[in-house]
Design a protein around this ligand. Structure first.
Ligand code: PMP
Length: 445
């Protein structure tokens, strides 16, 4: 009997009792390769000795000091390191406990920025359909995933949504990347003009889409066009890199590959690698200066923000990534993962698309490759793949969803940055077998 309200009340989950490197172990003695890092969290794998040592040391010195009274060495150290390598213009850090908190803070920061600037009429947030930015009410309102929003709609602030940049489904046959980028970005401009340019606060998007669609990068120049449109109308650009950031795509920040810097950026999962709950908002000097030269106060805060243990975890994880030059491994092993996935699944009847960047890869399943028709969501193919994968000692992150009936089931791969070629081989073999078994079971049903 469990006393915990688990995510799925009736599912019986194994009890995790340990982890080492890329593997997790359950109480029944089974080992699982953590090929999704949970949900793109465990970027260093489990029980990294340098992170454990840093946490023990921090705990011995100071576990907690309220940020209304003190800052801490760990929090200052983490902020310094984050700003050293931040995209151009981002000069300050707001530390929180996770991704949803980071998105909430970024939305409120964006709103208060315009209040400080004497533009209190700005009130609209624009985001994208079929997106996920967290489960607290503000973040949920920004997200455009209808299934997640449906029953909470009466409680959500009003937000506005445009289409995501999703080439596999939304690029027209024969349409060039350039034309598609222009068409997809123009939706933002149209929406800003429809709402009134001086009433829009911000546009929010993931640089590379994670949890709703499975590692979908934008086409070339899409984000550059988005940046230019935001600048044209004085709208802030918030890039949500909670999942795709902190090295996951092969550069520290995914937006580096698009040649774009946001006004506000949210980071979390890989920031602390799961060793502690930690997230952050990186904000531009422009926003910081509006606060500093205005009320001198950001009207927000949480009891555990800037927690020394969380900051120490973030600092240790980020130092290891630099010291062990792990981004080079993300690039090399990301290419290897793509190569092996394509070799094993590229011709599979039910694999429509294999995509992503670095060690952030998605495999989209379709009932029919030619029409890209998804499986009936009632069949819950993604859950079946998860079950078959777990039975083979593999964790992959399963997802299902729809954009107007188009997007179907997919799995997300986000293995730790320390994987080698042999690890990738085992991951792809087990995933291939799990997809074979799950799609065969549905075909025979
Ligand atoms: N934004 C994105 C892009 C995410 O993927 C997630 C988590 N999946 C969140 C926000 C919310 O983060 P958390 O679960 O830590 O609150």
């Amino acid at each position: 009997m469990t006393r915990i309200l688990h995510r799925a009340i009736h599912s019986r989950m194994p009890v995790a009792v340990g982890g080492k490197g890329i593997e997790l172990f359950d109480a029944g003695g089974n080992a699982y390769i953590d090929a999704s890092g949970g949900a793109a969290v465990s970027c260093l794998g489990h029980a990294h000795p340098a992170v454990l040592a840093a946490l023990h040391e921090q705990l011995d010195r100071l576990a907690y000091a309220h940020t209304g009274f003190f800052t801490s060495e760990a929090a200052e150290g983490l902020a310094d390191l984050l700003i050293e390598d931040a995209p151009a213009g981002l000069g300050h850090v707001y530390l929180v406990s996770g991704g949803s908190e980071a998105v909430e803070a970024a939305l409120k920061m964006a709103r208060q920025y315009f209040v400080e600037k004497g533009e209190p009429q700005r009130r609209h947030i624009i985001a994208r359909r079929q997106s996920y930015h967290g489960n607290t009410l503000g973040a949920l309102a920004a997200g455009g995933n209808e299934w997640r929003r449906a029953q909470f709609k009466p409680l959500l602030i009003e937000t506005h949504h445009i289409d995501p940049c999703y080439a596999y489904h939304l690029q027209e046959p024969g349409e060039s990347d350039e034309a598609y980028a222009e068409r997809a970005a123009r939706q933002l401009e149209d929406k800003i003009l429809e709402l009134g340019a001086d009433e829009v606060i911000a546009f929010v998007a993931e640089t590379v889409v994670g949890a709703t669609a499975g590692a979908v990068p934008p086409v070339a120049d899409y984000l550059k066009r988005i940046r230019a449109i935001c600048d044209r109308y004085g709208v802030l650009l918030i890039l949500d890199e909670v999942m795709c950031g902190m090295g996951r795509t092969g550069t520290l920040h995914a937006c580096e590959q698009d040649g774009v810097a946001p006004d506000l950026m949210t980071i979390a999962k890989g920031l602390g690698g799961g060793y502690q709950p930690v997230g952050a908002v990186l904000l531009s000097e422009k926003i910081y200066n509006a606060f500093a030269g205005g009320s001198g106060f950001f009207q927000h805060g949480h009891t555990y923000m800037g927690h020394p243990m969380a900051a120490a975890a973030g600092l240790a994880v980020q130092q290891v990534i630099r010291r062990e030059n792990l981004l080079a491994n993300v690039v090399a092993m990301g290419a290897e993962l793509e190569r092996q996935l394509t070799e094993r699944l590229g011709n599979h009847h039910h694999v429509g698309d294999i995509r992503g960047r670095g060690l952030f890869r998605g495999v989209e399943l379709v009932a029919d490759r030619a029409s890209k028709r998804p499986f009936d969501p009632k069949l819950k193919l993604n859950a079946l793949i998860k079950k078959e994968a777990m039975a083979r000692g593999l964790m992959v992150y399963p997802m299902g969803g729809t954009i107007d009936g188009r997007l179907g089931d997919h799995v997300l791969l986000a293995p730790p940055f320390i994987v080698d070629r042999a690890d990738i081989g085992r991951i792809v073999e087990r995933l291939g077998d799990a997809i074979d078994a799950a799609t065969r079971a549905l075909s025979n049903a």
